[in-house]
Design a protein around this ligand. Structure first.
Ligand code: 13P
Length: 263
C-alpha cells in the first residue's frame, strides 16, 4: 500500500444515479453494513459523491447519525455566483460541508467539452472555497496506442496544477478512459506506473512535500475482486469507484479490502 503518511481514500462516484430518497437508504445501509462487519472507521477514509440534488439530504443524514463518510460533489462552476444558469458554485457546496469535488472527470471532458484550461479554472474555484479537488486525468484507448499510458494524464495534471499553491490539499485520480465502465481494469502494474508518474508531476509542480502527502487514486472497473491488487502498489493510495459504488455489499467489500482479501 502507499506511504503510511497517506490515509487510503475509497471514493464512490455515483454519477447520475440514486435520487435523494435512494441516497438516504443507500448511505444508511452502507453505514450499518460496515458497522456490522466491525470496520474500523479510521483505517480508510470513505467518501461519497452523489448528484447535486442529493447533497443536502446526505449531509443532513451524515450529521444527524454521525456517519463517518466524507461528502463530495461531482463538479462545480468556475464562477462563485452570478448569472450562470444551471451552474453550482463551490461556495454553495462548502456551505453544505462538502469536503471534496471531482474535477475533470472524463465524462465531463467528453460530453461537456471541458478543456484542460476549464479543469484548471475549476481547481482554482474549488480551492477558493476550501474544497479539496479530486483531479481526474486519464488517456483514451487511442492516446494509449499513440503516446503510451502516462503522457496524456501527466500533461492534463500539469495544466490542472498551474497556479496551485504548494501547500494546497488536493487528490489526483488516474482513470484510464478505456477502463471506465468497461469491466476491463488496468493491471496493477499499469496503474502503479502512471500513478508514480503523476506523483512526479505533483513533485515538479508543487514540490516534494506535496508529492509525499498527496493521495493518488486509481479508477476504472474497480471491484471487490481487484481492489487489493491495486492497493498493494506503493503509489496507489485509494480508488475512485463508479458502478461498484452503487451496490452496498460490493462497495463495503471494497472499503474493507484489507480484511476480505487479507492485504
Ligand atoms: P467504473 O468503476 O464504473 O468503471 O467507473 C469509474 C469512474 O468513472 C469513477 O469516477
Amino acid at each position: 500500500m502507499g506511504s503510511v503518511t497517506r490515509k487510503p481514500l475509497i471514493a464512490g462516484n455515483w454519477k447520475m444515479n440514486l435520487d435523494h430518497l435512494q441516497a438516504v437508504a443507500f448511505v444508511q445501509k452502507l453505514h450499518w453494513t460496515l458497522k456490522d462487519a466491525g470496520h474500523e472507521n479510521d483505517s480508510v477514509e470513505v467518501a461519497v459523491f452523489p448528484p447535486f440534488t442529493d447533497i443536502r439530504t446526505v449531509q443532513t443524514l451524515i450529521d444527524a447519525d454521525k456517519i463517518p463518510f466524507a461528502l463530495g460533489a461531482q463538479d462545480l462552476s468556475t464562477k462563485d455566483s452570478g448569472a450562470y444558469t444551471g451552474e453550482v458554485s463551490g461556495a454553495f457546496l462548502a456551505k453544505l460541508d462538502a469536503r471534496y469535488v471531482i474535477i475533470g472527470h472524463s465524462e465531463r471532458r467528453e460530453y461537456h467539452g471541458e478543456s484542460d484550461d476549464v479543469v484548471a479554472a475549476k481547481v482554482q474555484a474549488a480551492l477558493r472555497h476550501g474544497l479539496v479537488p479530486v483531479i481526474c486525468v486519464g488517456e483514451t484507448a487511442e492516446d494509449l496506442e499513440k503516446f503510451g499510458a502516462s503522457a496524456v494524464p501527466a500533461g492534463q495534471l500539469k495544466t490542472a496544477l498551474e497556479g496551485v499553491a504548494s501547500d494546497a490539499d488536493i487528490v489526483v485520480a488516474y482513470e484510464p478512459v478505456w477502463a471506465i465502465g468497461s469491466g476491463q481494469a488496468a493491471t496493477p502494474d499499469q496503474a502503479q506506473e502512471v500513478c508514480a508518474k503523476l506523483r512526479a508531476v505533483v513533485a515538479e509542480s508543487l514540490g516534494a512535500d506535496a508529492a509525499e502527502k498527496t493521495r493518488v487514486l486509481y479508477g476504472g472497473s474497480v471491484k471487490s475482486g481487484n481492489i487489493a491488487s491495486f492497493m498493494r502498489e506503493p503509489d496507489v493510495d485509494g480508488a475512485l469507484v463508479g458502478g461498484a459504488s452503487l451496490v452496498v455489499d460490493e462497495f463495503a467489500a471494497i472499503i474493507r479490502y484489507q480484511k476480505h482479501v487479507g492485504v
